[in-house]
Each structure stands twice: as C-alpha cells, then as structure tokens.
Write a protein that binds this ligand. Structure first.
Ligand code: HEM
Length: 207
C-alpha cells in the first residue's frame, strides 16, 4: 500500500507538496487560504506550529486513552520498528496529523505532503503522508467511532485554545470554520466493513 507512495517522494519533496494514494496533487501553497485568519490568530509562522503540535499531541493522547478509539491504534502503538511501510509508527502518525492540521488551520501547507520523521530510522526521509482513504483503508472505522473522534478533538481544541487565551466565542469561531472540512472526511474514513470492538457492536453503532 505504501510502496507506490515512495516513488513519488523525491518529486513531491522538490515541490514541497505531493500526491498520495492516487489523489490528485494538492494545490501549491496553502491548501486552505480561507483559514489564514486562524493561523494568524494562533501566532502565525512564529507560534502557530507549536500550538498545532500541542493540539495534535493532546488529541493523540486522548484517543489512545479512549476505550472506543484506542483498539484501532494497536498496530500503530505496537510499531517500534522505525519502519512505517506497513503501519504508521506513532511518530509518523503525529507528524502527518500535524501537517494536516497545520494546513487545515490556514498554515502554508498542503495535505497530503512530505514529513520528516527522524524516529523512522528505516524509512527514507522525508516520507509521504497518505490521503485519508488510503490511510484508513484497513482500519475498519465505524461511523460512531468517527463521531467520537470528532467530539474528542473538539474538546481538545476547546481546552487548548482557551488555555492559549482565546475567548469561548473565538473558540466557537475556529470550530465552526474547520468542522465542515473534518466532518466532510467521514465518508472517506469510515469503512464499508467496519470492525467493532467492545463496547460497540453493529447495533449500538448504527451510523
Ligand atoms: C477527521 C478524522 C480523522 C483524521 C483527520 C485522521 C487523520 C489521519 C492521518 C493524517 C493519518 C496518518 C496518515 C499517514 O501516516 O500517512 C491517520 C492514520 C490513522 N488513522 Fe486517522 N484520522 C481521522 C479519524 C480516525 C479515526 C476515527 C480512527 C479510528 C478510531 C483513525 C485511525 C487511524 C489509524 C489506525 C491510522 C494509522 C493506520 C496505519 O498506518 O495502520 N483515524 N489518520
């Protein structure tokens, strides 16, 4: 699944953006210029990268602590090989999420794109993040677990932005601006053949 991506790494690196998993190449420059106000509010190029890294780190810690979401990440958590050719390493997951949220929050990035993951000692660097359909193709995400992820992510954004000095109104503005894009990814992330881990079952998770 990942081999085809490797071929495009060199070209994509030159362009500082690239294609993944058969997607059309992302647009050059910022992918979400309409969200440039969010990047500026987070402190622009000087401070926003650190703010995004904190949001992603808190979100990953939260989903690994959530009994509904954690089982889907067992292969990632268990991947200490430094090789992400079969499954993400934890460091790669965090790096790709950081790139994706940096783009979504109006930064000068596009997703999928290249990331440098020093912990992936076996992988040629930089490595290419996957598009959402390819990344989740064998994860088996059910609809209700996706919804739980969005709920938890909103809570993390709320807490982190409030701690950074945003007002509740500003936080609500940020959430309102990025939620449609995130929720719009549901169709590509949720699996037609979902895998259920207790306490979920097909009947308890019918979305
Ligand atoms: C809007 C919601 C979501 C976004 C934006 C998102 C984003 C991402 C990103 C950027 C990656 C890394 C891709 C790469 O390494 O190339 C990834 C991988 C992954 N995601 Fe998601 N994700 C979402 C929802 C979920 C949910 C709900 C689950 C399951 C509970 C999930 C499970 C995984 C797993 C297990 C991987 C690693 C797959 C592997 O390498 O084996 N994701 N996701």
């Amino acid at each position: 699944m990942r081999q085809s991506l490797r071929i495009s790494i060199a070209a994509a690196t030159l362009a500082l953006a690239g294609c993944g998993g058969g997607d059309a190449p992302p647009p050059p420059g910022p992918q979400y210029p309409q969200n440039a106000n969010l990047w500026a509010a987070l402190g622009g190029d000087a401070a926003a990268p650190m703010a995004v890294r904190k949001v992603v780190s808190d979100a990953v810690n939260g989903l690994l602590a959530d009994p509904m979401e954690a089982p889907y990440f067992s292969k990632v958590v268990g991947n200490t090989s430094g090789d992400s050719s079969q499954h993400d390493t934890p460091a790669r997951l965090e790096a790709c999420l950081t790139l994706q949220f940096s783009a979504l929050l109006g930064g000068p990035y596009s997703y999928p794109g290249p990331v440098t993951v020093p912990q992936d000692t076996v992988d040629p660097q930089p490595e290419m993040c996957q598009d959402m359909a390819s990344a989740h193709a064998d994860v088996g995400v059910p609809g209700c677990v996706f919804d739980q992820f969005i709920t938890d992510l909103s809570a993390v954004l709320d807490a982190d932005l409030m701690a950074a000095g945003f007002t509740q109104t500003q936080v609500n503005g940020v959430l309102g601006q990025i939620a449609p894009t995130l929720v719009g990814l549901k169709a590509t992330i949720v699996s037609p053949q979902p895998i259920y881990f207790p306490p979920n079952s097909a009947s308890s998770c019918a979305s």
